[in-house]
Design a protein around this ligand. Structure first.
Ligand code: PGA
Length: 255
């Protein structure tokens, strides 16, 4: 069970709608405090409700994204933004066009670079040049990944190419279009980079995530469940879950 020595925050909401509103509140507050914030957003089905709330708030003029910079969290190797399977393109359509982020304020991962190691280092340098991420928003993969930091990822891992696990490939196949096989490799912002963010928001909904959320929050931190490393961030980590995802937690965290 989680002890009082871990001082990260957990908030549990009735359903995914309420969790999405709460997550959108975090984004809103970060941008109100710093209109020039650098943010990374997750892809997947979990953030869609939060995206709708943010788009509605932007349309009503309650939140202004015009000076916000976005860093892509992960992308398949060799997949350009024109490709219908691009995660960058997906984020573009699902959120960024709706909130008025322009291409000049979007940092895309260098997944077609000749020298991916050097290009990933440059991507890290761009994050550092912004003073680190102000907010890293993350979903939780069924295998415990955050971004595409797959099991085996160390707490000090950096932006890099990584081989996708069979579980992640199965997860991705639900979204994948066309006859071309899903690339076995992706590039992801590293765990160590994420841990340097001023705030980290882990958004987890649905009963399918109950088991892996329990492992991430209650088992000893380990590369087996890379999301567990986020607890190192202490009070800079906020976990927002709905009751379904939180249903396996053995007790409510005091934070
Ligand atoms: P999901 O993906 O929101 O589609 O469950 C989460 C993730 O893998 O980050």
């Amino acid at each position: 069970m989680i002890t009082g020595t871990e001082n990260w925050n957990l908030a549990i909401f009735r359903d995914s709608l309420a969790a999405s509103e709460a997550a959108a509140d975090v984004v809103t507050s970060v941008i109100h405090d710093n209109p020039y914030a650098a943010i990374s957003f997750p892809t997947g089905s979990t953030p869609l409700g939060m995206f709708d709330v943010l788009a509605a708030r932007a349309a009503r003029g309650e939140i202004d994204f015009s000076n916000v910079t976005v860093f892509c969290l992960d992308e398949y190797i060799g997949v350009t933004v024109e490709d219908p399977n691009s995660l960058t393109r997906w984020l573009w359509d699902a959120l960024l066009t709706r909130i008025g982020i322009t291409p000049d304020r979007l940092h895309t991962l260098p997944v077609i670079a000749n020298d991916p190691v050097a290009a990933a280092t440059e991507y890290e340098e761009a994050i550092t040049a912004r003073g680190g991420l102000d907010l890293a928003i993350l979903g939780l993969g069924p295998n415990g990944h955050v971004g595409y930091n797959e099991p085996g990822s160390s707490a000090d891992s950096r932006t890099r190419e990584i081989a996708l696990t069979p579980e992640s490939l199965t997860q991705a196949s639900a979204y994948w279009e066309g006859a071309v096989a899903i690339p076995g490799q992706a590039m992801t912002i590293g765990v160590g980079t994420l841990l340097e963010s001023k705030q980290i928001l882990l958004l987890v909904t649905g009963d399918a995530k109950a088991g892996i959320l329990r492992r991430a929050l209650e088992e000893p931190m380990s590369a087996d469940v890379p999301a567990s490393w986020l607890r190192i961030a202490g009070p800079r980590l906020s976990v927002i879950a709905d009751e379904a995802a939180a249903s396996n937690l053995s007790a409510v965290h005091p934070g």
